[in-house]
Design a binder for this molecule. Structure first.
Ligand SMILES: Cc1cc2nc3c(=O)[nH]c(=O)nc-3n(C[C@H](O)[C@H](O)[C@H](O)COP(=O)(O)OP(=O)(O)OC[C@H]3O[C@@H](n4cnc5c(N)ncnc54)[C@H](O)[C@@H]3O)c2cc1C
Length: 455
């Protein structure tokens, strides 16, 4: 079929976890005017999409239209002295860093991959290893331009309720076409990093808490197969932006150099079952032992520190044809026993998490559906396959809800719909704003249908 954007193909789409593919018409506008046309021209349900790094079905819409925003890739204005940038919403954080790091500016909140778009970062209100210190992505958005399915174009600032419905609003309030962001000044493209081992969960939590004030960035990798006295044994990594004096003499002549590249390419087809309990156990043992016992100040590249997984292109294929999911939960401070129960359940379940990461969050912002609030957040990457997986995750969700916590919707692919209002108490206020923005009910994703986010 041919439309205003050339051939309009029906494509099968999944999230990063490569599960639950659905077919939708794929439109790829290259300008904001094209987005407006795409919204007006398409029929049925529609959802914006960035680089597809959400794990589940949040950026797909079965039988409808997916508006691929990655063609909106213009960096419009860079104000180096004022530390601000205006970009089209399909610009990736990778592109932004390649442009801005050499100029001494850094994206104030970065997730574990650079390959997300600004639109996707806003729609999930993403967080980094510095939430306890700096908050989440939308705290740095000064303004944004939002295109609505009926052709309206809104210019939003943090004064507007629609701004905070769009922050973390999962693409269901409209298509962000442009944003102005505040950036962080830096003097080098390196980090000074302390890392050390923690013998168990208590030591890990105590060390992370103590590092809040001392370090801008902190995270713990947890060995989720360790049980008994070693439950929660972990490797803690804390970092801060390096100053020129921290660099080796040979690096000081080009302190802001930034040119990361992938060193490896994952095979197109990985053998099923590659990520199993035995391989995870072996990896965990090596990872724990290779970490230094005590902290030490090492200087690392921004890309090595923040985005190690970007070094292997297409690593999500390593999980084989059935794919994988990520379960990221949050329990408020004071509910540490719930966190312990979650890790105990996981360790006892026989399901092996290749990547298990614990972080601390600081105060929440005004995003109606934003995930972060003060507490502990645990992210688990789990291969699809073991029969125990579904019941175990349902049990984890119950523990999280009982503790007053929540699951991160940008990562979700399987949660029960009835839990959402308990996890997100501002769901109704978000729905009210969403209805005003999309009275025709055009914006829908597979996830919004599955979780009944919209009436
Ligand atoms: C390896 C890895 C590490 C990660 N680490 C973190 C982390 O540390 N912290 C964190 O918070 N997240 C993390 N994520 C998740 C990721 O940051 C989010 O899912 C992000 O939203 C993905 O952006 P994207 O451009 O790929 O968007 P997509 O995955 O394509 O879409 C995500 C959502 O954004 C909406 N959307 C996309 N573009 C627009 C637009 N222009 N206007 C309106 N809505 C839009 C979509 O409808 C969808 O709801 C990680 C993901 C991976 C794969």
């Amino acid at each position: 079929m041919t439309g205003p954007f050339g051939t309009e193909e029906v494509q099968l789409v999944t999230g990063w976890g490569r599960t639950a593919a659905t077919a939708a018409k794929h439109l790829a506008p290259e300008t904001s005017d094209d987005v407006r046309k795409a919204l007006l021209h398409s029929e049925g349900h529609v959802i914006p999409r960035g680089l597809g790094r959400s794990y589940g079905d949040t950026a797909q819409s079965a039988g409808g239209t997916v508006v691929d925003c990655t063609g909106l890739d213009a960096v419009r204005l860079v104000d180096v002295a004022g530390g601000k940038v205006t970009v089209a919403a399909g610009v990736s954080l990778d592109a932004l860093m390649r442009t801005l790091v050499p100029l001494g500016l850094f994206v104030p909140v970065t997730p574990g991959t650079r390959h997300v778009t600004v639109g996707g970062a806003i729609a999930s209100d993403i967080h980094g290893k510095n939430h306890h210190h700096d908050g989440s992505f939308c705290d740095y958005v000064e303004s944004m331009v939002l295109d609505l399915p009926d052709g309206r174009r809104l210019h939003l600032t943090p004064e507007d309720d629609a701004f905070w419905a769009t922050a973390g609003g999962l693409g269901l309030t409209g298509v962000v076409v442009e944003a102005t962001l505040r950036m962080r000044p830096i003097t080098t493209s390196s980090m000074v990093v302390d890392s050390w081992r923690a013998a168990d969960l208590d030591a890990c939590m105590a060390d992370l808490e103590a590092s809040d004030a001392a370090h801008r960035y902190s995270v713990a990798w947890i060995d989720c197969l360790a049980t008994g006295a070693r439950l929660g044994r972990s490797v803690i990594t804390c970092g801060d932006h390096a100053e020129v004096d921290d660099l080796a003499p040979r690096q000081r002549s080009h302190p802001l150099a930034f040119d990361p590249h992938s060193l490896l390419q994952a095979p197109q087809v990985a053998p099923p079952g590659l990520m199993n309990r035995a391989t995870v156990r072996a990896f965990n043992e090596v990872w724990f032992r290779k970490a230094p016992r005590r902290r030490h100040r090492s200087v690392e590249r921004i890309s090595t520190y923040f985005h190690p997984l970007d070094g292997v292109r297409g690593w999500n294929r390593l999980y084989g044809p059935r794919g994988f999911l990520q379960h990221q939960s949050l329990v408020p401070f004071g509910q540490e026993e719930a966190l312990r129960s979650i890790i105990e359940r996981l360790a006892a379940s026989g399901c092996a998490s290749f990547l298990a990461v614990l972080k601390r969050f600081g105060p929440a912002n005004a995003g109606h559906l934003s995930f972060p609030m003060p507490g502990w957040t645990l992210a688990l990457d789990l291969p699809i396959g073991p029969p125990a997986l579904g019941p175990m995750l349902d049990a984890l969700d119950e523990l999280v809800v009982a503790a007053g916590g929540r699951v991160y919707l940008a990562k979700d692919s399987r949660m029960k719909a009835e839990l959402v209002p308990q996890m997100y108490p501002r769901l109704e206020s978000w729905r009210a704003v969403q209805r005003e923005l999309d009275p025709g009910g055009r914006l829908r994703s597979d996830q919004s249908q599955r979780l009944q986010l919209l009436p």
